[in-house]
Design a protein around this ligand. Sequence first.
Ligand code: GDP
Length: 532
Amino acid sequence: PAATLEVTDGSEDLKARRMRDDDPSLLETRPPVVTIMGHVDHGKTSLLDAIRSTNVTASEHGGITQHIGAYQVRLKDGQRVTFLDTPGHAAFSAMRARGANITDIVILVVAGDDGVMPQTIEAIKHAKAAEVPIIVAVNKIDKADANPDRVLQQVAEHGLVPEKWGGETIVVEISALQRLGIDDLLEQILLVAELEELTSRKEGRAAGTVLEANLEVGRGPVATVMVQKGQLKLGDHIVAGAAWGKVKALVDDKGRQVKVAGPSTPVQVLGFSEPPNAGDEVRVASDSGQARTLAEARAQRIRTTGHIPIAGTGARLEDLFEAIQRGETATLNVVLKADVQGSLEACTESLRKLERDDVKLAIVHRGVGGITENDVQLAKAANATIIGFNVRPDRRSRDMAEREAVEIRTYEIIYKLIEEIQSAMLGLLAPEFEEVVTGEAEVREVFRIPKIGAIAGCYVREGTITRGTKVRFLREGTIIWKGSITSLRRFKDDVREVQSGFECGIGLSDYQDLKDGDIIETYEEREIPRTA
Ligand code: GDP
């Protein structure tokens, strides 16, 4: 889907409002927004259902909630908690990649009978990268083989040291299925929310983020928006990405029509000109003219800066070659950072020119300045390679890139940059090699000769062993060493090659640990001429 990452619009009106957003006298406590993460089948959906069904009173639309991407529960004392009901890491990091930080608290669900699994670790990484507090919910404690202590041990190993072991991580034992511990979990969420001092401007024009949007028959474009500041009202002139319009209807998570929605409230918004994209920032303009102008300026910018694929499409530099070889149309996603606007334009221009039919290039994001953690997060979510021209990552973003396996390439000379990206994109034209085994010898005995080192006494079984060729040592079919033949002897003489059926001595300079029975295999890489 096409989208824009640019949320600034330069309008004085909006700038003035942003300033006011920080004015402490206008800030009020707001409900926390919670995302549930964890490994598949550990009970994320069950937990969302458990919370929803135990906290939605019958008076609220017969107890049935709409699935609009999020819901809010009201606890006995009137406090509220908002849950994003699309569990999953992709959604979380895609939102973050778009600059939208919606989540205040992450609940990490870990099944007590299964323990920490790969996606649990991934969730921890995402939450840590977002600097969002994590509450661990050990689920399925009703099961006989549940072992909460083991879970504590495992999460501690990933830096989440439980409170009862002197750490800071809150751990709650629950059974989503039997509705055990749910109230305790909600209480802990409120506690963390209080510590986090979550506030926002409650009055005035709204600002928020699109959670999801689609086109519905009979309703037109429908967007679920998380209101983050101010009050979103019927009749407001709204902009989100390239979409604009006037709020025709607001529908809450219980399916009720409402007139206003305040901070941390999810609502469906009807009235957009087209469905905006998930992660788009929602703003209220002073009139329809301003809304339309802003949206059209953004649409224009999307057209000129190119489409922006998010999450999972495209390949990184290192994967590109493989994709080309599989005969697929490959897309190289790039986050481009440069020192000044001029060089940014120059790099963009040159990179664009490298695009070909079978290798597309998508600049997911570009900007002036050093490579930041934000860039890394973005690159991670969009599966992009970061290219820096005359800029470097700082230590924190370099660490993060390493953790998240995001590739960063920096250049100081533009033609180097172009050359390297081009050779990656022209993967088809890079020479292709095939390997040919040229000789095979069996180790019979290893001698140690003073001043010379170890020499493998071998019998050449096949082909020819030639000095200087590439070699690998095999033990029971496993490669134990790779290098080249540096010394080759027949009796006491140095020779250039030895044919099959003869004995020889192969000098072992770098790897001396051979045994009889090991195989020494020599090979060559031959370039395959291209037909295309
Ligand atoms: P998700 O993939 O993380 O959303 O996991 P689900 O919520 O779909 O749950 C996966 C499976 O675990 C389902 O069969 C649930 O019924 C089961 N399950 C979830 N929570 C519990 C629990 O507390 N106890 C038991 N015994 N089973 C549970």
